[in-house]
Write a protein that binds this ligand. Sequence first.
Ligand SMILES: Nc1ncnc2c1ncn2[C@@H]1O[C@H](COP(=O)(O)OP(=O)(O)OP(=O)(O)O)[C@@H](O)[C@H]1O
Ligand SMILES: [Mg+2]
Length: 356
Amino acid sequence: MVRDFLNRANKPVILAIGIVLISLVVLTDYITYNLSFSIFYLIPIVFVTWYTGSKYGLIFSFGSAVLWYLVDYSNITYSVDGAILFWNAIVRFGFFTIITLLLAKLKLLQINLETKVRDRTADLENEISDHKIAKAELTRISTQLRELNKKIETIKEDQNTRIAREVHDELGQALTAINLEVLWIGKKYSSNIDIVNRMLMLSEIVSNTIGTVRKISSDLRPRLLDQLGLVSAMESQLKDFSIRSGVKFKFNASDNFYLNNNNNSITIFRILQEALTNISRHSNARNIDISICNTANNNIEMHIKDDGKGFNVNRVLKNSNSLGLIGMKERAAILNGNLEINSSSLGTEILLKIPN
Ligand SMILES: Nc1ncnc2c1ncn2[C@@H]1O[C@H](COP(=O)(O)OP(=O)(O)OP(=O)(O)O)[C@@H](O)[C@H]1O
Ligand SMILES: [Mg+2]
């Protein structure tokens, strides 16, 4: 507080205080004439130099040397050569001058340092504000990107649904018709064993192609999802997965599971598909445990747990090649949810949470 006051005080106030201080020192020196008082003369000099600069500091140095001389002179009780007193006064003045100049220099350095600190602080504040602007811009762009992603996903799923329907209905029906015709020809020429064999071969090829078409169509858009709902589609997907991979599964859906927005079912389903693909490709798991439920706070939670070898999640997520996991997280974020991945040498657990 005192320091603030002195820093803000104007020159006349400082000089007045300086004069009071020097008067006190001179008076005390005069009264206690046998005691050495040199150090106390420095107090007003240092004070005035620090707060007003070298000019008044030098004036006070000169004044102090003169006053000290006068005090010495008036206190002479023994015979001392006047020239010695004069010489002493000049030495003191020299000493005070050096102190004043050094102090003035120190003060200048301090001012420079303070200015530098202030400038740097201002620069840093500017940088922080630029940083904040850039961060806000980044948030805006990433929100836009998410919106765009959402649109792309919707368009992609709509298109998938349309192509799946056409492939299944048009191509599937045409192939079924071809099959019937082939079988008819086979019957018609049942006496010609070559034709019958050829027709049976042809029918088998067509039947396999019908299977392929169904698979393509169901990969594009799982029909069960629309026909029987998410839980049945998940169960069917898990059965197929288990047959293909040999991995055993446990599936648990909460009683009366419900989805407020049916459009979310495809996202949940795609996340499950990607998780299952990863399990079969990377985990060496023997068992998986899947559950889906509604929670008290009106979320949907899906757990996918495997007992495979696990992986280092942080390292993998930093690697921009891991598009499967990033895609899963992104799909969850599009629905304002989130996807947590925990993995250890005992296996991997994926927890999806989305608002219902
Ligand atoms: N369940 C899992 N068990 C063990 N490792 C896994 C599992 N899931 C993912 N990983 C590891 O994480 C990596 C990244 O998975 P991610 O799905 O992102 O990419 P990917 O499967 O390698 O390729 P793609 O982009 O085709 O999905 C995998 O390469 C694998 O090492
Ligand atoms: Mg993957």
